[in-house]
Design a protein around this ligand. Sequence first.
Ligand SMILES: Cc1cc2nc3c(=O)[nH]c(=O)nc-3n(C[C@H](O)[C@H](O)[C@H](O)COP(=O)(O)OP(=O)(O)OC[C@H]3O[C@@H](n4cnc5c(N)ncnc54)[C@H](O)[C@@H]3O)c2cc1C
Length: 389
Amino acid sequence: MSASKHIVVVGAGLIGLSCALGLRQRGCRVTLVEQGSRPEVTAEPGLRVSALNHASRTLLQELGVWQQLPLQRLGPYTGMQVWENNSFADIAFHAEQIGTDDLGAIVENQVLEQALWDAAEQAGVTIIANTKVQQWQQDHQGATLQLADQQLQGDYVIAADGVRSQLRSWAELPVTFWDYEQRGLVAVIASELPHQGVARQAFLPTGPLALLPLADPHLCSMVWSCDEDLAQELLQLQQTQPEQFQRRLQVASNGILGNLTVDSAVASFPLQMQYAQQWVHERLILVGDAAHSIHPLAGQGANLGFADVAVLIEAFTATEQRQLNRALQAYQRERKAAALTMIAAMEAFKRGFGTSQPLLQLLRGVGFTLANKTPPLKRWLTKVALGEV
Ligand SMILES: Cc1cc2nc3c(=O)[nH]c(=O)nc-3n(C[C@H](O)[C@H](O)[C@H](O)COP(=O)(O)OP(=O)(O)OC[C@H]3O[C@@H](n4cnc5c(N)ncnc54)[C@H](O)[C@@H]3O)c2cc1C
């Protein structure tokens, strides 16, 4: 049945591209509409990276894309270290504790998007680039999309158009939303000491700072989440007194990688939590950031999106319409529950670490020390991070 379906995917980010490719591989006719163009890969590491877990890697291997990624642009990490600067809370994970080679890999979004784009084209996905969807309507049978110079009819439309999804707004799907009033500052950082393949995260009262290891042993990707005021101050400092910015970064990271130098521009993204209350509405399906977006402190946004894709593309192997309807309802139920669990966990983490209340700080320190010294608990936490639980 899927071979006779025409699916229109809107948005060629990591999630829309993998969804389009997976559906095409399962026999659907797929058209992908993207307002931008094929991603360019620059010689220097890109500013946006994702820490991908084993579950995401397995999906990308099954799609045949992981194998195409240039090894010199992949940063596998074998350790994770999380600590709090002003308490004794500290926890470390190592791949060998759970008998794996690594805990995941840091991948530049532009590198992965380009590989997915090329694979989708080769598989026969029709990509309409540099075109914005202008209007949309649907009924029980299908949907019609109005582009600048043509109309597209699809049996289903998949909205993978990101956190500000236009399709979700047109469908008037209610969204639960809160603004963290924080920004994520991202940059490539050169470190004096080698990162040794360890993903590091320091919790500061103003928000977490992550240093994620890139393929070069002396380059990390920085994700520094901080309150709006501090973010503006730091961005200003980077413009006017870059050495002062570097000094602040070094202090925030507890000097763990020695002297740090900013090796790129510094970009910033507003951080917000949101999830749509309905993910499947007649012939419209939400996926990835269009359905949910979370704080980047645990690096799980894209991982959640890839897990959506794994379930959604299997739903379209249904052999009759009633079976497909049931599979789509199951997609909505399962994936929404997974996203809400992750959102709640991130919120607890963020609120727990966001306080400088002495008693909570003490409890946190004790909790971390216990977790660090309790192998079964630590193994479980590691599996959660790998997307295996
Ligand atoms: C600072 C930061 C760090 C992060 N780090 C991690 C991490 O380490 N690990 C992790 O798993 N996640 C991470 N995330 C989250 C992750 O980046 C996102 O969850 C993921 O990129 C979302 O992908 P997407 O394809 O759903 O959406 P997007 O990447 O936003 O793609 C949406 C696409 O739709 C297109 N589009 C939008 N509207 C239209 C339209 N009307 N017509 C046509 N095209 C349209 C856009 O051009 C875009 O290409 C991080 C996020 C931030 C902000």
